[in-house]
Design a protein around this ligand. Structure first.
Ligand code: DGY
Length: 429
């Protein structure tokens, strides 16, 4: 464990830029939203001050409408180091009504709301220091505005859940869950853009060119609508169970935050309870034993079974039987990866399973961390401990890989990946 701690620390120090942490020096050379939240959760064990900075620098780029952009661009990094860069998103020119800040340049879409939970955990690491710096007091209104944005502008289905409008928003870019919805999107022509990811990642580990054509089309359409959710056509609109489960966990964290600030936490608890009801009503599939994404363009549940349908284990007050059913799915043939003990991103027995390609099968460390936290929430401590050990073993063995082939244990994607190191560190402490 000492070697693992040293290794994880080395990754986080190496990927620190002075105000935030890059997910990977090669593949992702800017600041990413949900990466920063996971990083802060680990960084708090090394430096509470840095963990605070990580979240504060992200929220400094928050838009006037409350959205937290999925990428905050580092102006010192050349435009061609990452696609799509600031020249594509043109956020500083988006202006009213979405209200992007004049600087820094950011993307215009969002990522899962892990931030309120992260802020609360960073506070808990050193409550006195947090109070002295006014950390929660400064972040609380920003976190609330962020959740307000999701619960109002993004309730595109009118059912009380937040929708994602681009496959980059749930963070699981090329998951088979998005295939059907993406098939309706006319891809941008291949010569209209130039990918930068293939200079650093193996093509077989990454989304395809056709995927990218569709990602570009959706992002460009949103940009042309001024990133205004009332004006945008949103050809892609789904309710993702992982995204909404994190929003619920975030509302519970905001309730605790409000109380720590001497305020009333009950509005947040009420929101968490309402969201939990909507999550179960709209996305729970008792026959499948997991939550599914809802496609708002067809108003149907997506048939694919993915790890994102298991993450709602982190929701504390689930109806009777749901946590037990999720545990049964987790330990069944679809999601028990024998070689690694991690959780594959997609059903091992599913028709689209691919052990290498990004979110179409590989096991990721952030979802494992969330699920082990959820198992503990529901007092399934033996399962949680088994998963915790698997995360530590695999993180160390793979030099903190971005993701892992769940069948063979072969590391895939980037190495020295920040959230893998951060979350391993958190599970060591
Ligand atoms: C990427 O570039 O692969 C990211 O997942 C998009 O944010």
């Amino acid at each position: 464990d000492q070697a693992l701690r040293r290794g994880a620390t080395g990754v986080l120090l190496g990927n620190w830029t002075g105000a935030s942490t890059v997910p990977s020096r090669t593949l992702y050379p800017h600041q990413w939203s949900w990466d920063s939240a996971f990083v802060a959760i680990g960084l708090r064990h090394l430096s509470v001050r840095r963990a605070q900075r990580e979240l504060e620098s992200l929220f400094a780029a928050q838009w006037a409408d409350g959205r937290v952009p999925h990428i905050v661009f580092n102006p010192a990094v050349p435009e061609d180091a990452y696609f799509p860069g600031p020249g594509f998103w043109r956020s500083s020119r988006a202006g009213h009504p979405a209200g992007a800040p004049p600087a820094p340049e950011t993307s215009g879409i969002v990522q899962p709301p892990v931030h309120a939970l992260a802020a609360w955990l960073v506070h808990r690491a050193d409550p006195d220091r947090s109070r002295r710096r006014g950390f929660l007091a400064r972040l609380y209104p920003r976190l609330t505005a962020w959740h307000d944005y999701l619960l109002t502008r993004r309730d595109l289905g009118g059912g009380g859940l937040a929708a994602v409008v681009h496959p980059w928003e749930p963070g699981t870019d090329n998951s088979p869950c998005w295939d059907r919805a993406l098939a309706r999107v006319e891809p941008a022509p291949p010569d209209a853009f130039r990918r930068a990811d293939l200079a650093h990642g193996r093509a077989a580990d990454r989304p395809t060119d056709l995927d990218y054509g569709r990602y570009v089309r959706l992002a460009a359409d949103y940009r042309e609508a001024g990133y205004d959710d009332r004006r945008a056509a949103h050809g892609f609109a789904l309710e993702d169970p992982c995204f909404n489960a994190l929003l619920i966990a975030g509302e519970h964290a905001l309730a605790a935050t409000a109380r720590a600030l001497g305020r009333d936490g009950t509005p947040h608890t009420a929101r968490a309870d309402a969201l939990t009801r909507h999550l179960v009503t709209r996305l729970w599939d008792a026959d499948a034993g997991l939550f599914r994404a809802r496609d708002l363009r067809t108003d149907t549940l997506v048939p694919e079974r993915a790890v994102t349908g298991l993450v709602p284990l982190i929701v504390p007050h689930l109806p009777a039987g749901v946590a037990a059913a999720l545990r049964a799915t987790l330990t069944g043939p679809g999601f028990r990866a024998p070689a690694t003990g991690l959780v594959p991103s997609y059903d091992l027995t599913g028709p689209a399973f691919d052990p290498q390609r990004y979110w179409r099968g590989p096991a990721w460390f952030n979802t494992a961390w969330l699920i082990q936290r959820g198992l503990r929430t529901h007092r399934l401590d033996t399962d949680a401990e088994r998963l915790r050990r698997a995360v530590l073993t695999e993180a160390g063995r793979t030099a903190f890989a971005e993701y892992v082939d769940p069948v063979t244990g072969t590391p895939r994607g980037a190495r020295h990946f920040s959230w893998t190191a951060a979350l391993a560190l958190d599970l060591l402490c």
